[in-house]
Write a new protein. Structure first.
Length: 128
């Protein structure tokens, strides 16, 4: 009799477990169906885009004509300005270094070269 009571007491627990498994399977199947529907909706074919372009061709052509004509008018009306700038650095030619020479190599201070180096360092736009 104890064995029959044990089986009877486990039956509701087993049924509850089966119900939980069925609900989980239904949830997974529902998610898969939803994902397939969303992926099919997200994938628009090239012909769908072509239909939209054909349907709106008047608007597309009108915008193209307006942009091209505005560009043409501006390029003909705008004042033509040309500008250029350059900086040339001229340095003294230095003698080749002789490592076995006994006479010291004397480099006199040159104010113009110093100013050239200063101007080069201060010219930030040259680095752009």
């Amino acid at each position: 009799m104890a064995e029959g009571e044990n089986v009877a007491s486990e039956r509701p627990r087993v049924e509850a477990e089966k119900g939980r498994i069925r609900a989980e399977r239904a949830r997974i199947a529902n998610e898969r169906a939803k994902a397939q529907t969303e992926s099919a909706e997200d994938k628009l074919h090239f012909l769908d885009y072509w239909r939209v372009v054909k349907k709106r061709k008047e608007i597309i052509i009108a915008i193209l004509v307006i942009v091209v004509s505005c560009t043409f008018v501006y390029s003909n009306v705008a004042k033509k300005t040309y500008s250029s700038s350059s900086r040339i650095k001229i340095t003294q030619r230095q003698r080749p270094m002789d490592p076995f020479s006994t006479e010291p190599r004397f480099m006199p201070f040159d104010q113009y070269e110093f100013e050239t180096h200063r101007a080069c360092l201060e010219s930030y736009p040259d680095l752009e």
